[in-house]
Design a protein around this ligand. Sequence first.
Ligand code: SAM
Length: 277
Amino acid sequence: MTAADLPSLRETVARHGLDARKSLGQHFLLDPAVCARIAALAGDLAGRHVLEVGPGPGGLTRALLASPAAEVVAVELDRRAVAALAELAAAHPGRLRVVEGDALRVDPSALLPAPRRIVANLPYNVATPLLVGWLRGAAAIEGMALMFQQEVAERICAAPDTEAYGRLSVLAQWRCRCELLLRLPPGAFSPPPKVWSAVVGFTPHAEDPGAALFTAMERTTAAAFGQRRKMLRGALKSLGEAEALLAAAGIDGARRAETLSVAEFDRLARALLARSG
Ligand code: SAM
C-alpha cells in the first residue's frame, strides 16, 4: 500500500469502528487541509523525530508523514486506533512507529532521538499534565505545536495583570517562548467539542533550569496562585518563611501573584531553592 492508496479518514473511522469516546477526549480532525495547516505550524520538520500523542484515526499523522520529518512516533491509548494506523505505517515504511500506551508514562527523550519535536491535537482531559511534563523536560525538546481548548491556550500565553495569567502561564513562559498560532471552531472536529480550540507553538529557551529549580518553580506558582486574591506574604506562607523568601527575591509582600512577571517568579523560585537546598 502507498500513501496514495490509503482510504479516506472517514473510511478509516468507519472500518475500524472508531466511534469517538468521551473518556479518551476523542475529537478527530478529518479534514486533510486542516491537518496540513497544523503540521505546517510545527515549523521545518526536515530530519526531525516527531512525537505525536493521540494520533486517533491518523489525520495529523498523515500530514506529518507528508513532511520531510525523519520519523513520526505516535503514542496512542486506544487499541482500535492503533489497529487503524497499521495501514498508514505500511504506506510509510520505516517512518511511522506506533506505540500503544499512555503518553503520561512516556519520556520523549527515551522514546526518540534528537532533534525532537512534539506535535499533537491533545486529549483535553490530560493536556495540562502532559504539557507540564514536557516543560520539565523541555531542554531535550526542540519545539512543540500543541492543540488545547482555547481557554487553556489563552492561559498558557497570558500576560501578567490579566485574568488568564496563572500557574500555567508562568511555567510555560519560563521554559519556552509561547505563541498562540491558530484558533479552530468546534465544527473543525468530529464530534465537535463544546468550545473553540487553539494551537500553541512552544520554543524552549536555551537555559535549562534543572529538575530541582523546576520543582521549586512548581511549588512557588502553586502556592502563589492557589490563593491569587491574597497578598503574597499570606499566599506563600505554606512554603515557610514567606517574608524571608520575598525579601531575598526583592519582591514587596503586599503584591498579588498575578502582578508578578515571569522573571520575578524566577527570583522567588531561586530563593526557595536556596533556602530549602
Ligand atoms: N490526533 C487525532 C486527530 O487530530 O484526529 C486525535 C486527537 S483526539 C483530540 C485525542 C487522541 O488522544 C485520541 O485518539 C485518544 O484516544 C488519545 N488519547 C487519550 N488519552 C491518551 C493518553 N493518555 N495517551 C495517549 N493517547 C491518548
